[in-house]
Write a protein that binds this ligand. Structure first.
Ligand code: NIG
Ligand code: FE
Length: 416
């Protein structure tokens, strides 16, 4: 079946000319076309042609974009969407001046959500996760990553990954599951780090790989979580089992996570609020995406990652909400785009590259999505505006009108 997508005011292609990523100055070049149409067949983009050359050609299906702006389907590459409970009481403590790490040391933080997840049935976790995924889809997101990391024992980590996989079957977009058993040490292993590492390496990871319920293995490298040598050991086991790697690092402290990440061959290093200049230069020589999470800085009210320096040194910057109950209770991807522009001084074009092709790069899927180029999936988001700058300018608003996955309309704001 051949489908034409026609009458867009702008096609923001984010074309990479075969590179499937944008680094440094190239992030500003998002290759906008006017008076063109996109032709898709069997879920893939087969042509992008000037509208005047179309007269008389017949298609099985026509989607009239009515003078709106079409972008590649947005890619949300770092979330903790599968969680139960609320940490609003911690939010109150934060507003009264108590720090994030202090709250965690008093029994709040990640382990608070772990209790809530352990006390939740799989069905209720699935219901709430599905609801949240729908919200992402309504924003134009066609590829989404979701981590476990709030189970922290065999039964509950697997429960979370199964929930993510089941929601993936039902939601119309591609969801990539990440095993984050190394999010922090669960309370019962506080004084037995070796015991928990053994659980991850000898029990959880082999099962996750055998059941094929996660694409990635992630770890949180931080003073209060996993030390670099512990991350190295987990990553060695995970990659030996065929999992791809991602890393949370340099959020509060620089303890050498970046080095472990680069040595281990991670696809992305995420957070980087406190990355130093030397590491910025090192990172820019690699193909590792720097996933920046300005919602965390906004929510916890601390310094933003040095996006400008990373881009100016030639890095591959992606953006994400990091949606989670404790450090970024923000599921509005468009708001994150605006915060990145305002607070991290990224240009509108850089922001668009960061939520499309570079976010796809962070998930290892940029050969098939993240830009509007021949041969890629027909994954699109259609925005109710005549110029793409409105998307970042309309702070906190959802201008997405239509989400299209592999050529099919899976969400329309009009409900059709
Ligand atoms: O990415 N940094 C570690 N993990 C999450 C926060 C999780 C939580 O507080 O529940 C993050 O910011
Ligand atoms: Fe995170």
């Amino acid at each position: 079946m051949r489908t034409i997508f026609k009458n867009a005011a702008q096609i923001v292609t984010v074309s990479t000319k075969g590179k499937n990523l944008k680094r440094g100055a190239d992030m500003k070049d998002i290759s906008v076309l006017t008076s063109h149409s996109i032709i898709a067949e069997n879920g893939k983009i087969v042509d992008i042609i000037p509208t005047e050359s179309m007269s008389g050609v017949k298609f099985d299906n026509e989607t009239d974009l009515k003078g709106k702006v079409i972008l590649p389907g947005l890619v949300e590459c770092h979330t903790h969407t599968a969680f139960a409970g609320s940490r609003a009481s911690e939010f109150r403590m934060k507003l009264n001046g108590t720090g994030y790490e202090e709250i965690a040391s008093k029994g709040g933080g990640i382990n608070y959500t772990v209790s809530a997840v352990r006390n939740s049935s799989k069905e209720s976790l699935k219901r709430i996760t599905h609801q949240r995924v729908k919200h992402f889809v309504s924003q134009g997101i066609t590829s989404l990553e979701i981590k476990s990391g709030y189970g922290l024992d065999f039964e509950n980590e697997i429960k979370l990954l199964e929930v993510i996989n089941e929601v993936n079957q039902e939601c119309g977009i591609d969801i990539y599951a990440t095993f984050l058993g190394a999010h922090t040490f669960p309370v019962e292993y506080k004084n037995d780090r070796r015991g928990y590492l053994n659980k991850i390496i000898n029990e959880m990871l082999p099962y996750v790989a055998r059941q094929n319920i996660a694409t990635f293995c992630d770890a949180f490298c931080e003073i209060t979580a996993f030390q670099p040598e512990e991350v190295r050991e987990i990553f060695k086991a995970a990659s030996g089992l065929g999992l791809k790697l991602k890393l949370h690092s340099e959020q509060f402290n620089n303890i050498g996570g970046l080095e472990v990440g680069t040595e281990s061959g991670v696809l992305s290093i995420d957070h980087l609020e406190v990355i130093n200049d030397e590491d910025i230069r090192k990172l820019a020589t690699t193909e590792i995406a720097a996933v920046l999470l300005p919602g965390v800085s906004f929510f916890l009210n601390y310094g933003f990652a040095p996006a400008r320096k990373i881009i100016d040194n030639g890095g591959i910057v992606a953006l994400s909400t990091d949606f989670n109950p404790g450090s970024s209770h923000i599921s509005n991807f468009h708001l994150i785009m605006s915060i990145a522009a305002l607070k991290m001084k990224m240009t509108i074009e850089e922001v668009i590259s960061a939520v499309t092709i570079n976010a796809a790069k962070a998930l290892g899927i940029s050969d098939r999505t993240g830009s509007i180029e021949i041969g890629k999936n027909a994954d699109f988001s259609v925005f109710n505006c005549e110029d793409y700058s409105e998307i970042v300018y309309s702070i906190g608003s959802n201008l997405n009108e239509m989400t299209i996955k592999e050529g099919k309309i899976i969400y329309s704001s009009s409900g059709d």
